[in-house]
Design a protein around this ligand. Structure first.
Ligand code: FCB
Length: 406
């Protein structure tokens, strides 16, 4: 079974995790206040803001034909309503570099970070937040439309829901820790509020985020250019275990309104790392003896088959796998993970599911949010002092598959 013509093979990255010195973003502040939930600050990250040319050239040389990356709202609009032409030019160069190397660029408008000013006025809790995000999206559409091969609005739109399930973000203890960090951010901003996407109180922000997504889709579809527009969603294979299991309830808790929010989109971006086992009392730990990744979750690449099918059926759209990967210091496990995950993609294709691409998370070892640099998801190692890039065997492995499949 081969992959369909035009299948996109790439890696996925996020602006804040690789660019470095994203100083006007909410996370830059959150990483440095006391108390913070971040293990360490992002600092220079992988310095991809300057080294994007090397990264793109390396991805092309490895065998990929596409590249997923984020543009940083905090750079493009560092103060409300003040758009930076120099930063817009920067991202135009990144897009042009992708084309020069034969990589189809898939752009993420918002990968969790927002401008600091936006967070300090209440983030997506503010009533006019959808219009502000829509204005940014219109700027992006107008400037980059002809250069984008695909665009997505929010990365893992439902991340607040997943965090609530996995990290009990709404339990009194976790909520207090989040609140203390956000209060410190508010104080440092001279504001009485500070709302972030990853640590969102979704009861107050989700409806606005859905509205923001819809405005952004409309802005992107308005042109110029003609490229597919999508939404990426954090998905786990939800498996019910035993009598009276609550899988359906957890499925609803994980996705909420976002399955319907894909309606105006051309595709859905499936992002899957593992499965979620649910019994009668809620989430269960991985089965005894199961292999765990360095991020703690179960090594379970087969989850991807289930989530691709779920997305295709429930959202009724073509699917791109926009993230899939493993944190590990043993690269041979990454190779095994990739092989098993791709076998799932091929099975789904054989069953007639419309899968159009596979983007592995991630190109580089990078800033893994609150976990800092400790968790390594990259196909390529990055020296933290010199920023030198060294492809791991898994990079050559997936690159060779991508090259052979085309
Ligand atoms: C996903 C995020 C991505 C990265 C991976 C490991 O949930 O979208 O930025 O952190 O997990």
């Amino acid at each position: 079974m081969s992959y369909p013509p035009g299948f996109l093979w790439g890696t996925a990255t996020a602006a804040h995790q690789i660019e470095g010195n994203n100083v006007n973003s909410d996370f830059w502040l959150a990483e440095s206040v006391t108390p913070t939930l971040f293990r360490e600050p992002s600092g220079d990250a992988c310095d991809s803001y300057h080294r994007y040319g090397d990264d793109i050239a390396l991805a092309a040389e490895l065998g990929f034909n596409a590249h997923r990356f984020g543009i940083e709202w905090a750079r493009i609009e560092p103060e409300p309503g003040r758009f930076s032409n120099a930063e817009l030019d920067h991202y135009a160069r990144v897009l042009e570099t992708c084309h020069a190397h034969g990589l189809a660029p898939m752009v993420t408008l918002s990968h969790w970070t927002v401008p600091r000013w936006f967070a300090a006025r209440g983030g997506f809790e503010a009533d006019d937040s959808p219009e502000l995000f829509g204005r940014f999206a219109a700027k992006v559409a107008e400037r980059f439309g002809p250069l984008m091969a695909a665009a997505t609005t929010f990365n893992e739109c439902n991340i607040g829901r997943l965090a609530r399930i996995l990290f009990r973000q709404d339990s009194p203890r976790a909520a207090a820790a989040v609140e203390a960090m956000l209060a410190a951010c508010a104080r440092a901003s001279g504001s009485d509020r500070f709302a972030s996407v990853l640590f969102a109180d979704i009861a107050r922000s989700e409806a606005n985020q859905v509205a923001a997504h819809r405005l952004a889709v409309a802005a992107l579809k308005a042109g110029p250019g003609d490229y597919p527009v999508g939404l990426t969603i954090a998905m786990q294979a939800v498996e019910g275990v035993g009598e009276g299991h609550r899988a359906a309830e957890f499925e609803e808790a994980l996705y909420g309104p976002w399955l319907d929010a894909a309606a105006p989109c051309d595709f859905v971006g499936v992002q899957t790392y593992t499965r979620l086992r649910v019994g009668a009392d809620g989430v269960l730990p991985p089965p005894e003896g199961a292999e765990r990744t360095a991020a703690g979750y179960e090594f379970y690449p087969r989850a991807l088959g289930a989530t691709i099918r779920f997305a295709a059926e429930r959202m009724g759209k073509p699917v791109y796998v926009t993230e899939n990967g493993i944190a590990t210091d043993d690269d041979s496990r990454r190779v095994a993970y990739i092989d098993e995950a791709l076998a799932e993609v091929r099975r789904a294709l054989a069953d007639g599911v419309d899968v159009r691409g596979y983007f592995h998370w991630s190109l580089l070892d990078n800033f893994e949010w609150t976990f800092g640099y400790a968790q390594r998801f990259g196909l390529i190692e990055v020296d933290r002092e010199t920023f030198a890039r060294s492809p791991k065997p898994s990079a050559r492995h997936l690159g060779a598959i991508a090259r052979a499949a085309r």
